[in-house]
Design a protein around this ligand. Sequence first.
Ligand SMILES: [Zn+2]
Ligand SMILES: [Zn+2]
Length: 245
Amino acid sequence: MSLQEVWQSFLDIIYPRDIRCPICGVKRDDMLSWGVCQSCQSRLPFIEPPICPKCGRMMLIDNRLCLDCQQANHAFYKGISIFEFSTEVKGLIHRYKYRGEKHLSIPMIHWMMEGLKVYRWDFDIIVPVPLHPSRERQRGFNQAKILAQGLSKNTDIPLDSKSLIRVKNTPHQTKLNRQERKRNLQYAFRVKETDGKLKVFQDKVILLVDDVYTTGSTADQCSRVLLDSGASKVYLITLATGANF
Ligand SMILES: [Zn+2]
Ligand SMILES: [Zn+2]
């Protein structure tokens, strides 16, 4: 059994999968091993070139960087995302995050793994974007942490979901513009330092994991504190990303 299969059968126990495709809801015989049917898989808006080499979103024309990255000085080194944030993908993430359909993490982890295989980045630790403890209690889980755990199991690269913490319980960002998001997130994250000598992430290359990339404010704020804590580089992977630039 491959590591992925072991992980999958483990997930099957905690989050039993329906034999129906979780996207179209139909019992089909073209189910793929990661639990969605072939026809849903082929309809999903996978990100395709031209892709911004900095943030990973699709560009309309093959520029050096997307318009956003030309202006923003993103703190992460490079990012990739798997899907465009279409209505369908938005729905899928919404079900996973707010309706607690944790079994959707199985295909999500699979798709993110495929993305990582293409880019072949070298990193030492996988770190999920944290939720504020009260938000995590309310939701019952951190959606980014489950994805990060899956990536860690599949790559055999250690997960650290404890050192980067969210200390400010910020309001939902959905309706905020870039400046408001930035302000909202200022000092929202911190790295829990141990009483010791070395910084927690000293000289480590980090893969930061989140579900959605919009303006990059969250990724930037997390990356800044990780870099302050000694990280040498922060890569970013998200499941979906916002509009074209
Ligand atoms: Zn389907
Ligand atoms: Zn970009």
